[in-house]
Design a protein around this ligand. Sequence first.
Ligand code: ADP
Ligand code: G6P
Length: 480
Amino acid sequence: MMRQSSLVVVANRLPLDDNVAPDGACEWRRSPGGLASALHAILEGTTATWVGWGGGIGAAPPLPDIGTLRLRPVALSEDELRGYYEGFANTTLWPLYHDAVEQPVFDRGWWETYRTVNRRFAEAAAEVAEPGAAVWVQDYHLQLVPQMIRELRPDVLIGFFMHVPFPPPELFMQLPRRLELLGGMLGADLVGFQREQAAHNVAQLAGKMLGARGADDAIIYDGRVVRTGAFPVSIDVTEMEALSARPYVLNQARQLKHDLGQHKKVLLSVDRLDYTKGIEHRLTAYSELLRDGRIKVRDTVMVQVAVPSRERVESYRGLKDRIEREVGRINGEYGRVGEPAIHYLNQPFDRADLAALYRTADVMVVTPLRDGMNLVAKEYVAARADDTGALVLSEFAGAAAELQDAFQVNPHDLDGLKKTLLDALDATPADLRRRMQAMRAHITENDIHAWARAYLSALDHTGQLARRLPRQRAVLADRA
Ligand code: ADP
Ligand code: G6P
């Protein structure tokens, strides 16, 4: 008999590696990406079931629990991986939802596979949800799942959260299967977004395309009220603060500072290698500052961490090649022996080493062309408990609505970007302290636990669901 849970989370990815250790033990992988970071923090220690893809191809082996959290793997064949994940999710929806900064591709075969795979996720969720459970579906990969679950299990509460931006109606209207995608999402009882604007866009579309009535906080569709709203996602602030104060991290940070140049100002960027992150624009700005003599490699250095992502998707491969060429060019032109202008790291990092990088950076440069939220920006703020460091933040990241004391910038405006980088490099310690304190106060108040509580208590008015979550993770013990 399949075990059932009162809270079921459905997300494309499970949070663990393909490799379960031979003794059956299973570790959190913390795969790069905001969704895994956010859900990891709130589900660890609960008895929820997480339904998702384990990362491999073909039959999914049964997976052991992670502590009390249960995992229900969903298998994908090679063709499904191409059509559903690489195709419709990441070559059609992802670029379209990010302002079409890369041309979206519409392919009829991908759509069929997307629908088949969405149905498989819905069936898996229906199987592990106990009567009256809450099923919380995540992100653009699974936009048809809410309506499918409603058909299979009318007794459950259904939530949907979109981690990426939801585009303006004129962009969404380009989708050949727009009706199904909109209706699928509105199968939920509560549809959450990162920003208010997204809820507004959906209300407009629902009125125009489905003849639904509604406003920015509720849509009447199919004889039901679908509530909508903004719930900006966040990070586990306590965890990042504790992590960044560990002796290991402090030692690593000292070592990094030494290796990079004791007296140098360090600019840092940490992204998945994705065209939405504005990496090329940033490299151009940095290279022009070097060319203009406004910064010099003897006193400034840049570290660009670009973790590999969606490597079989063509647009990602092209981007990687272009970035690597440009880094090579900049180092060739401006670097000196033993003194590169940019350190480029195309590799995953564990959390402690990321925290050490955050501690080392004088200026954190987060300049996506469009981003649902951007948790890296919030992680940097949480890691700077000593109120030093500057955050340069794109106006087009969801985080910009909250982190108003960052050095905000339009990344398309190269001169503006160059000037903002210089402003951040030259800011006084008092100015930085004031900004950092204000930003940290905001994220401390609005951390990941507050996010989950706000969403789940909106989904379930009785407050029962929210009470089952841990209020806060235990502070990590110091491990040197
Ligand atoms: P996205 O979800 O688009 O990748 P976010 O900034 O919201 O962007 O989330 C990225 C998450 O991935 C953060 O929690 C960050 O710590 C993590 N991450 C980014 N780069 C790396 C890396 N090189 N190694 C491990 N984790 C990373
Ligand atoms: C974004 C998406 C997530 C996704 C993550 C990493 O944050 O919103 O749903 O998991 O990127 O991408 P990947 O394709 O590796 O899962």
